[in-house]
Design a protein around this ligand. Sequence first.
Ligand code: FAD
Length: 520
Amino acid sequence: SHNLPFLKLFMLLSLSGIAMHISNPDLLVPAYLQTIPLNGHFLFQNLTEFSKDFGNRFSYEPSAVLYPASVSDISDTIKHVFELGAKSGLTVAARGHGHSLQGQAQVTGGIVIRMESLQGTQTMVHTGELPYVDVSGGDLWINVLKETLKHGLAPMSWTDYLHLTVGGTLSNAGVSGQAFRHGPQVSNVYELEVVTGKGDIMKCSAKENSDLFYAALGGLGQFGIITRARIALEPAPKMVKWIRVLYSDFMAFTEDQEMLISMEKTFDYIEGFVIINRTGLLNNWRSSFKPQDPVQASQFNSDGRTLFCLEMTKNYNPDEVETMEQEVVQLLSKLRYVSSTLFQSEVTYMEFLDRVHVSEKKLRSQGLWEVPHPWLNLLIPRSKIHEFAKEVFGKILTDTSNGPILLYPVNRSKWDNRTSVVIPKEEVFYLVAFLFSAPSPSPTSEKNENLEIALQKNKKVVEFCNNANIGMKQYLPHHTTQKEWRAHFGDKWETFCRRKQAYDPLAMLAPGQRIFHKSP
Ligand code: FAD
């Protein structure tokens, strides 16, 4: 592709003509893109992998995929697209690990940037008093963990699943059971390198180019492509005590969760999930957890019931077992769970953090990973969580056999309101995640009824929130009209638009979010 000087000249001479015709991408985009000198390369064929995502519901065909070998490859590509102007209609989407749910990392006829090609190019661990790691935006969190553990260090805030990219989760927020204490992942970043929608490579932090820094954090890929991130680290524990207990009373469950996240000395990870009408629940746990009281636990029956599981961990090193055990007993004594349902396990820090990967392997082997995922992630203010639960659990949703429902509180004070992330306006709010799978009921059926039913239920939940003024915000938001986006951002909408104008004036980046549209 580097040896096409005459073609390049021809292209450059007829730039304006191309700009008018480029809306026929099959014909001209490849030729034009091949004029860009790169360290990496473009792919123009066999791109089906890039027209799908984890959600398995939306599919858009790009006309080219950039495999960048350097940050300048990304910058040069964007500069070339920028030069074509608004008329070309050509758009660009960074693709992390493609774990979006509704086509957010896809483009129609545009360019996908395969961020994983940059993996490992920037990894550098800095030890010392305030340790941090520099990583590429395309690095998977699992690899960040592996690298930092070599130095006895690890990031502080996680997602439940680590086969996601740094740039992908920082474009959303990155929330898990550590967020109550450390804030989401976007609260644990010292610095970013971002390639803007004009192709400029910019370093940014709270001190330098801070407007771009906060824009990009939780920015849904709208302001630039995160090519490097400097992530805060802490000493990593070797082991984790992992605990599950059950509640049948929602009030006791949430009060205990809220008490735990408000305490100074508490667990290191606090989550929870809702279980509706599950058979043999505790038996399933036995493969990885030990019941405190096996006889009583075996008599516990989950059939037909709505239960709430509190899940927490305590980090420790092998020489701290005794103190850890004492602290755990002390903390558990404050809780009001059903006493026969205490289950515990000890695993390495790595095993705990990478826990969802175990389920992934199992689901993959059953052909149940690459199925439609009608997920819905909501942030619910604390004052409304009971009203929400009363309507949703048991009424709208009558079982959880098709995937887990997570429910746990976090503290707003650990989130930075200068970022692009949108959260409810209360000091404590809950993440409620409906993580459903909808495999087709039979390989021959044309319509996937499971998917239809799940989407219908999601719609009911959202409608209830809107009608009852719950003050809900979507996490990993999906809206289709600008009116909805405006409502989503609320008083942050003006800032969001101003930043878009400043950093991606042609609106070429991440069109799959459907917030702005590049006008051809
Ligand atoms: P992609 O889906 O590829 O991209 C997401 C968006 O960001 C797209 O718009 C894309 O264009 C843009 N983008 C990607 N890379 C960059 C970049 N470098 N710079 C700028 N923009 C970029 N989230 C949580 O917070 N907590 C969880 O516990 C959690 N668990 C999950 C478990 C599973 C099994 C899955 C599938 C997802 C989970 N998520 C969770 C959601 C996850 O954070 C999002 O899917 C997110 O999009 C990250 O995925 P990705 O790296 O594949 O990014």
